[in-house]
Write a protein that binds this ligand. Structure first.
Ligand SMILES: Nc1ncnc2c1ncn2[C@@H]1O[C@H](COP(=O)(O)OP(=O)(O)OP(=O)(O)O)[C@@H](O)[C@H]1O
Ligand SMILES: [Mg+2]
Length: 287
C-alpha cells in the first residue's frame, strides 16, 4: 500500500499539486485519471522520487519515502517497476537485452540465471518469437509487452505505468490493461496507472483517483463512478452524449430497473415487458 498525505509540488511560482492525499492499495490496479495537465505525471514522478515534493509525505507500506536516507531509497527503488509513456525501450538493443537490462544493473546473477528470468518474464507477458527482434521491428502492442516485461523482471512490489495505452487501438489497449491487472493480482503488487482512457477506467478501475487542476476531486471505483455526482468528473468521463446515455443505462441496470442480459431485439418488440419495475409501478403508469 502506498499512502500520500497532503502532497504539494510546484515549479517556479506555479503550483502543480495542491495538497493531494490518497491511498493506493496492494493487489489492485489503482488509477490516476484527469485531463491533460492535471498533474498525473508529476504525481507519479513524485511517488518514485524523480521529483522531490515541496511538502507532504509519501509512505510505502508504512515507511516514509519522504524521510528516507538515500541508501534506503535505493533499496526501495529496486522494488519499483516502471512502464514509461511510449515504452522508452532502447532502440539499439534486442527485446531480450531490453528486458535483461535491469538484471544487469541491479543483480550479480549468472548469465544463465538472468536469461532464465528474462525468458520466463517474456513468456508471462505472452511475447513469443520476438526475443531477438529490435523495437523498430515489432508492433506498438508488442512494445508495451516488452516494457511491461522490463518493468516486472525484478519482481517488483510496486508497479507504475504512465499512460500504458497511448497509441494503441481499443482492443489491444484492453488486452494490455487486463495483462497489467492479471500480473498485479498474481504478484500482489501495488500498481498505479496514469490514464485518460475511459475503457481502462471502466474495465480495471478498482481504485480511481480523479485529479482536477492539481487537486483530488473524486475517489472511488468503476462501479461508483457511474453514480458520481461530481460535475467535473462527469464532464470529464462522460464527455460525449453517447457515453452519457451509456451511463444512464448502466445506472438503470445497477438499480435493477432494466435487465442486464436483455436482448435488444426482444426489447424493441415489446419495451414495456422489459422494465423490471414492481407491478404497482407498472399499473400506476398505465392508469
Ligand atoms: N519539469 C517541469 N518543470 C516545469 N513544469 C512542469 C514540469 N513537469 C510538468 N510541469 C507542468 O506541470 C503540469 C502538469 O503536468 P503533468 O505532466 O503532470 O500533466 P498530466 O496530467 O500528466 O498530463 P497528460 O495527460 O498530458 O500526460 C503542466 O502544466 C506541466 O507544464
Ligand atoms: Mg502525463
Amino acid at each position: 500500500m502506498i499512502e500520500i498525505k497532503d502532497v504539494k509540488k510546484g515549479f517556479d511560482d506555479k503550483q502543480i499539486l495542491k495538497g493531494v492525499s490518497a491511498v493506493f492499495e496492494t493487489g489492485k490496479t489503482n488509477l490516476i485519471i484527469g485531463t491533460s495537465g492535471s498533474g498525473k505525471t508529476v504525481l507519479q514522478k513524485c511517488l518514485v522520487g524523480l521529483f522531490e515534493v515541496d511538502s507532504g509525505e509519501i509512505i510505502y507500506d508504512g515507511k516514509s519515502f519522504t524521510h528516507m536516507v538515500e541508501d534506503e531509497r535505493k533499496h526501495l527503488r529496486q522494488q519499483i517497476g516502471m512502464l514509461f509513456q511510449g515504452s522508452a525501450l532502447f532502440d539499439s538493443m534486442t527485446v531480450q537485452r531490453n528486458v535483461k537490462f535491469p538484471l544487469d544493473m541491479f543483480t550479480d546473477w549468472s548469465h544463465d540465471k538472468k536469461m532464465k528470468q528474462v525468458n520466463e518474464t517474456l513468456e508471462r507477458v505472452n511475447l513469443k518469437d520476438a526475443h531477438n527482434k529490435f523495437p523498430a521491428e515489432i508492433s506498438g502492442g508488442m512494445k508495451k509487452r516488452v516494457g511491461i516485461a522490463r518493468a516486472i523482471v525484478l519482481n517488483p512490489k510496486y508497479l507504475f505505468c504512465d499512460e500504458p495505452n497511448s497509441g494503441l487501438d481499443p482492443q489491444t489497449s484492453m488486452v494490455i490493461d487486463l495483462l497489467i491487472r492479471e500480473i498485479t493480482k498474481e504478484y500482489n503488487m501495488t500498481t498505479i496507472i496514469n490514464t485518460h482512457d475511459m475503457n481502462s477506467v471502466m474495465e480495471i478501475g478498482e481504485n480511481i483517483l480523479y485529479m482536477y487542476q492539481g487537486e483530488r476531486e473524486w475517489v472511488g471505483n468503476n462501479k461508483e463512478i457511474i453514480f458520481s455526482k461530481s460535475a467535473k468528473l462527469n464532464e470529464f468521463i462522460f464527455a460525449s452524449e453517447f457515453l452519457r446515455d451509456a451511463k444512464d443505462m448502466r445506472m438503470l441496470e445497477e438499480k435493477g430497473i432494466i435487465d442486464n442480459d436483455r436482448n435488444m431485439e426482444d426489447v424493441m418488440r415489446d419495451p414495456e415487458s422489459h422494465l423490471l419495475m414492481g407491478e404497482n409501478d407498472k399499473r400506476d403508469k398505465s392508469e
